[in-house]
Design a protein around this ligand. Sequence first.
Ligand code: ZN
Ligand code: ZN
Length: 86
Amino acid sequence: MPLFRRGGGYDPQITILPDGKLKCSLCKSEHFKVGTLRRHFKVHTQGEVQCPFDGCKRWYYRADKLRQHLAEVHPQVSYTTPGPRK
Ligand SMILES: [Zn+2]
Ligand SMILES: [Zn+2]
């Protein structure tokens, strides 16, 4: 089973930098569009799933992204996601 870590219940804010870029208040991530920054916020609010493979261990903030990664990089594995919680 892949690891799952919760975002920790933090409440990220949008910080607007002097040069007009948008920055996540919880990490160093910078984005140009509000939409992509809001998508990034899910890392903090919904948690992440980790690829279960040794030597890979990539984090994904969406289970379907991890599933896509598994299909492309580790096609020998079948992985069923816990299912999105809405
Ligand atoms: Zn962030
Ligand atoms: Zn992987």
